[in-house]
Ligand binder design. Sequence first.
Ligand code: GDP
Ligand code: MG
Length: 178
Amino acid sequence: MNDIKLALLGSQGAGKSAVLVRFLTRRFIGEYASNANSLYHKRMSIDGRQLNLEVFDPCSQGSGARCIMEEPVDWADGFVVVYNISDRTSFIDAEDILRQIREARVDNCKGEVDVPVCLLGNKRDLCHARQVSEDEGRCLARGSRCHFQEVSAAESYQDIAGLFTQLIRQVMEHLKHR
Ligand code: GDP
Ligand code: MG
């Protein structure tokens, strides 16, 4: 059994809990408790391999990476960094979080980040209120060597499931070589 630990990071209201609940339950509820850190467990199988997934969904305390980075940055085997495409501040926070992951998890021998990361531009359904272009997201991800996708937790399960599956595969591969 593989144990895999993921952490969702991003500013308050970006949709971390919505994205995670969508992945775990296929449902979008609308409002999510945000006053406590949550640790979700799920047993699943990917490519015929059983795994024990743990996902840390931190409580949000305003914007900024300040409080959310402390705990999960060493703990997690993989990160999902979420911003809201209709909120530029959340994108700036995501940039800051990616930088902090890089600083905390760089492998000094290789000079590269030693942990798989995925950047998620959430709330794609709010494109009429868009403040961050898809190109900007792609560009930030390219600079951080991470996967990128725009999704809507409100509207679709498929993209989010695909993303998590891909990240988990990457993590399994990564743990194998560690
Ligand atoms: P968190 O603080 O990052 O965990 O954000 P939440 O998951 O609590 O979501 C914040 C708010 O954004 C909630 O009211 C959600 O219903 C809403 N939300 C989350 N994802 C989406 C989305 O894809 N589209 C829209 N329109 N609203 C969303
Ligand atoms: Mg939340």
